[in-house]
Design a binder for this molecule. Structure first.
Ligand code: ITT
Length: 194
């Protein structure tokens, strides 16, 4: 088994990516498993730029292969916001609930449907190889939260061709369609070639 560190502090992402790599030849470990977590400031204005910032910081610390994810929600009626600011949309130290409430409030005066997409950029860095893959999930934002699974904006996001929010889906259901699944599944295929 080859160990790969998944450079995240987000427990929801970790659970999803561990599941995607289940039954593969890679063992996914987190910085917490190694007892030392670095806070990386996300100063780039692209998902890919920020994902590599996280991967490189953790690689420099442990000198082991690393993957990272930078992701977010783009809402058409909000000109692509919250975008790369998704994690802290309602301010420093805000909760997922605060972010969802802010989005619902901002959309309230605007015309439906609130079309949107989740984007995940998954990257890999091992000191030599640099790999990157993008995954998208199209859908719409609804005005009341539904469901308790998942994390982040899952309770207000209904994927295209579904009547459930992502938070009403099981981990396996979300992992069969999600932006993160698409990005990391492609990365997994790319890893086989290096
Ligand atoms: P790490 O940087 O430590 O990985 P983070 O939560 O800060 O964790 P990002 O900077 O990539 O991660 O921010 C992504 C935010 O976008 C995340 O906090 C959620 O608010 C939202 N998001 C991303 N993927 C999501 C998903 O699958 N479901 C719901 N919300 C998601």
């Amino acid at each position: 088994m080859t160990k790969i560190i998944f450079a995240t502090g987000n427990a929801g992402k970790l659970q999803e990516v561990k599941k995607i790599f289940e039954n593969s030849e890679y063992e996914i470990i987190s910085p917490t498993d190694l007892g030392n977590v670095v806070e990386v400031e996300e100063t780039e204005n692209t998902f890919e730029g920020n994902a590599f910032l996280k991967a490189e910081a953790v690689y420099n610390q442990f000198k082991l292969p690393v993957m990272a994810d930078d992701s977010g929600l783009e809402i058409d009626q909000l000109q692509g916001r919250p975008g790369v600011l998704s994690a802290r949309y309602a301010g420093e130290n805000c909760t997922y609930d605060d972010n969802n409430d802010k989005v619902i409030k901002e959309l309230e005066p605007l015309a439906k449907p609130y079309t949107a997409r989740f984007i995940s950029c998954a990257v890999y860095y091992d000191g030599a190889a640099r790999l990157s893959a993008l995954g998208k999930l199209e859908g719409k934002i609804i005005s009341e939260k539904r469901g308790t699974n998942g994390f982040g904006y899952d309770p207000i996001f209904v994927p295209k061709d579904s009547d459930k929010t992502l938070a009403e889906m099981t981990l396996d259901e979300k992992n069969s369609i999600s932006h993160r699944y698409k990005a990391f599944n492609e990365l997994k295929t790319m890893l086989l070639k290096i």
